[in-house]
Design a protein around this ligand. Structure first.
Ligand SMILES: NC(=O)C1=CN([C@@H]2O[C@H](COP(=O)(O)OP(=O)(O)OC[C@H]3O[C@@H](n4cnc5c(N)ncnc54)[C@H](OP(=O)(O)O)[C@@H]3O)[C@@H](O)[C@H]2O)C=CC1
Ligand SMILES: O=C(O)C1=N[C@H](C(=O)O)C[C@H](O)C1
Length: 242
């Protein structure tokens, strides 16, 4: 039984996580939100789970390192500097960061990597996502994770090939681009499609989240898996054995 501390406990994911922790037979060590004492929480738990905000990331890593506890980071909207901070923290503690903790998306990323590795470069890659009206970052962390999988399969660098937010006289599609489009509205928990568009045919690989519980269950699994791991940066495929 693991004692799990939740950062962002009063948010949409925080509420789902409380349910998932109890359902899996683990213990809620406590939760913090904006202005809370994350260092104190870290001292009282076996693992921290962070679904809050990129602005909180550095402080959360600092608290985890201070207490010597692992941390699972589900927060999205992370930039290069956040990933550098995670890499540095992973020298001292076990860290798992992912844009999506669900089993379905973890498998989808494998399928996307495999498909883009098998198809030639004349197949255009587009990533489409839709989320609820309250989501604050775009493209979603999952869209970026899937874009990364597509880029890996094709053997290219995602940053150098991303096309985001097309508008106006864009010109023809850049050769080798990986395009991203984001829709927002209603209460959609998470819809992602990777569209592979070739000459006269198209393949769509997609995932639909029907509830936030899929993310919460995956996060609890990942958090428990992190307890007592050596320092390092880990991934959801490692947790799920995919
Ligand atoms: N990886 C995955 O599988 C998933 C990732 N996410 C990501 O998780 C994050 C949270 O999503 P969601 O729950 O919908 O968002 P919410 O806005 O509902 O919840 C965020 C919570 O974090 C709190 N918070 C904000 N800033 C801080 C801070 N500095 N320190 C501690 N707590 C803070 C907020 O408090 P306050 O309201 O006071 O600001 C709020 O309670 C997002 O980045 C989202 O994209 C979501 C689903 C799945
Ligand atoms: O903010 C959300 O709600 C979600 N965020 C994650 C993302 O950015 O991909 C995961 C999930 O799609 C829900």
């Amino acid at each position: 039984m693991a004692r799990i501390g939740i950062i962002g406990s009063d948010g949409r994911m925080g509420h789902a996580l409380v349910n998932a922790v109890e359902a899996a037979g683990h213990t809620m060590a406590g939760g913090v939100d904006r202005g809370g004492d994350t260092a104190e929480l870290a001292d009282e738990c076996d693992v921290l789970v962070d679904f809050s905000s990129p602005a909180a990331l550095e402080g959360n890593l600092h608290a985890a390192i201070g207490a010597g506890v692992p941390i699972l980071i589900g927060t999205t909207g992370l930039e290069e500097r956040h990933h550098a901070a995670i890499d540095a923290a992973a020298q001292a503690i076990a860290v798992l960061q992912t844009g999506n903790t669900s089993l379905g998306v973890t498998l989808l990323a494998h399928l996307v990597r495999d498909a883009t590795a098998r198809l030639g470069p004349d197949w255009d890659i587009e990533v489409l996502e839709m989320h609820h009206r309250m989501k604050v970052d775009a493209p979603s962390g999952t869209a970026l994770l899937l874009g990364e999988a597509a880029a890996e399969g094709r053997g290219i660098d995602l940053a150098a090939h991303s096309e985001r937010g097309r508008d106006g006289q864009t010109g023809a599609r850049a050769e080798g681009a990986i395009g991203f489009a984001s829709l927002r509205g209603g209460t959609v928990a998470g819809e992602h499609s990777v569209i592979l568009a070739g000459e006269d045919e198209r393949i769509t690989l997609s995932h639909s989240a029907e509830s936030r519980m899929i993310f919460a269950r995956g996060a609890v699994k990942g958090a428990v898996w992190l307890v007592d791991r050596d320092a390092g940066r880990y991934t959801m495929p490692q947790v799920l054995g995919l």
